[in-house]
Design a protein around this ligand. Structure first.
Ligand SMILES: [Zn+2]
Ligand SMILES: [Zn+2]
Length: 213
């Protein structure tokens, strides 16, 4: 009688062992598949979009925005990403690790670009606005704080102009950032853009550690 119980107990233990084995094996296979699929996705997306992996470069650009002659403050704390954040923070905060502004000294009007292939339009999208050849849109925060409309489009009275280092850019949405670019985004009269361009800062070089002496 005792022997029979032993056999049953050993059989049950054996079954439990097999169940654990398959459960563990099943989980690791799924996780491996996810990791491999993630890598394939990232590599192919990189190829298709031209957007490099995070930290494939780290460059900086100065920029200013003017609407009908008035400089718009874009440096509100709510639009600035922290220097460091957990993986969970970057997944859920809405900030982009690829392109953002940072708080602190010499940061006002500086865009930090953390990958190859980042475009000016991407920066505007990640802060909740947009920019193309004829229109600029602001995120809600800027609309409220700076008393501006959501969207301004070129018309017979005012023109949206984007200048990089003094040169007019035809398609600002797809403009690829270069290190130390000085970017002016101006909606209004063309006659004002020269003075506005001169007022764009020279702080990007501080962050790229590449300032002329
Ligand atoms: Zn930076
Ligand atoms: Zn950064």
């Amino acid at each position: 009688m005792k022997k029979k119980y032993y056999k049953i107990i050993i059989f049950i233990l054996f079954l439990i062992l097999i169940l654990f084995y398959f459960k563990y094996k099943g989980n690791t296979t799924t996780l491996n598949d996810k990791i491999v699929n993630g890598i394939i996705y990232a590599e192919q997306l990189e190829h298709l979009s031209g957007l490099g992996l995070l930290d494939s470069q780290h460059i900086h650009a100065d920029y200013k925005v003017f609407i009908e002659g008035k400089e718009i403050n874009m440096s509100y704390p709510e639009l600035q990403a922290p220097e460091w954040g957990s993986a969970e923070f970057w997944r859920t905060s809405g900030f982009s690790r690829f392109v953002h502004m940072h708080p602190g000294e010499n940061q006002s009007g500086v865009i930090h670009i953390h990958a190859i292939g980042v475009r000016l339009g991407m920066f505007f999208r990640v802060i909740g606005g947009s920019l193309n050849h004829s229109c600029i849109s602001f995120p809600e925060l800027i609309q409220k704080q700076e008393s501006v409309e959501q969207t301004y489009c070129s018309d017979s009275d005012n023109i949206l102009q984007v200048l990089v280092n003094g040169e007019k850019i035809i398609n600002p949405d797809s403009y690829l950032f270069h290190d130390l670019d000085r970017i002016l985004i101006s909606y209004g009269k063309i006659s004002q853009t020269n003075e506005q361009m001169k007022s764009v800062g020279y702080q990007a070089c501080i962050h790229s550690e590449n300032c002329d002496e």
